[in-house]
Design a protein around this ligand. Structure first.
Ligand code: FAD
Length: 303
């Protein structure tokens, strides 16, 4: 199969890129390994994407998908397993076949970071969760815990507090990194207990999570909290091993690019959370998609 542009990832960045590339008259394939819409399908509510008001992540994901599909982009549920980007045409290998492309846009997003404590892996899916929206309802009326200090952890703590009897919010520093409005809401919530300067040392239980061991970094004191779940919300990690040696990566593993979304490899562009950038949000991912597709179209015109 041959396309003008192959886009890796059907999150906000990839789907936005598809709309712009199709409107430039190009043939487009969007390849997705998991679920259309990317990370936002895990978001209970999005209220900061301009022009659409309040929506659930799933609603916004469906709107993005439908808009891209309506333009005539081929959106295919196949994971990319290998790329050969430094040749012409470029080749993208998936779980379903091989695609040739004039230009490639990488929009593969980022993944949640793991905590790395004993028991996390053992109890993953049995009380340890990385998605409060997906799994919070399983713990309705129970005592749960969440670890993290950014907006995601704060949003998730509020979401859990509406479903669970008590939420322990564990943060390794003495103040949160998230926005003030969320911090204020969390602090005001009666059934959220905040443990500052604290780390989760271990997740314990027999068949499923029964407790977590928490250590105060300042006093060294440890306590066991009887909880049914630990939600991990400690940030993102890029997964760009597919592209090593073909495009330049930052030390942290993000694909190096400026606001022009151009990578170090000719004819390869990058959009969204996977690239080096200050703000990883839906609006910036969608904007990147537009920029990357426009740059790719121009590049194709001259090559
Ligand atoms: C819980 C949560 C709440 C959030 N809330 C908000 C919010 O309220 N407002 C906001 O603006 N932002 C929010 N964000 C951030 C926002 O979701 C991201 O910034 C945005 O989704 C990034 O879009 P993206 O397209 O770059 O990447 P992603 O959304 O990560 O999409 C990348 C896609 O690429 C796919 N992919 C990866 N590797 C491959 C491969 N090898 N082959 C094929 N496909 C692949 C992935 O499966 C994924 O679908 C939230 C994030 C989370 C996790």
């Amino acid at each position: 199969m041959k396309y003008d542009i192959v886009i890796i990832g059907a999150g906000p960045a990839g789907l936005s890129a598809a709309v712009y590339a199709r409107r430039a008259g190009l043939t487009v394939a969007v390849l997705e390994q998991n679920i259309y819409g990317g990370q936002i399908v895990n978001t209970p509510e999005v209220e900061n994407y301009p022009g659409v008001g309040r929506q659930t992540g799933v609603e916004l994901a469906m709107a993005l998908y439908n808009q891209a599909a309506d333009t005539g982009a081929d959106i295919v549920l196949e994971g990319v397993t290998e790329v050969r980007l430094q040749q012409d045409p470029k080749v993208v290998v998936t779980t379903g076949g091989e695609y040739e492309a004039g230009a490639v846009i990488i929009a593969n997003g980022a993944k949640r970071r793991l905590l790395g404590c004993p028991g996390e892996d053992t109890f993953s899916g049995r009380g340890v969760s990385y998605c409060a929206t997906c799994d919070g309802a399983f713990f309705r009326g129970k005592e749960v815990s969440i670890v993290g200090g950014g907006n995601t952890a704060l949003e998730d703590a509020l979401f859990l507090a509406n479903n669970c009897s008590k939420v322990y919010l564990i943060h390794r520093r003495d103040q949160f990194r998230g926005s003030k409005i969320l911090v204020d809401a969390v602090v005001a919530k009666q059934n959220i207990e905040i443990l500052y300067d604290s780390t989760v040392e271990e997740v314990t239980g027999s068949d499923k999570v029964e407790a977590i061991r928490v250590r105060n970094k300042l006093s060294g004191e440890e306590q066991s909290l009887p909880v049914s779940a630990l939600f991990v919300a400690v940030g993102l990690a890029p997964e760009n091993s597919l592209f090593t040696d073909q495009v330049e990566l930052s030390e942290a593993g993000y694909i190096k690019a400026g606001e022009d979304c151009c990578t170090s490899c000719d004819g390869v562009f990058v959009a969204g959370d996977t690239r080096t950038k200050e703000l990883r949000q839906i609006v910036t991912a969608a904007a990147d998609g537009a920029v990357a597709a426009t740059a790719a179209a121009r590049w194709l015109d001259t090559h």
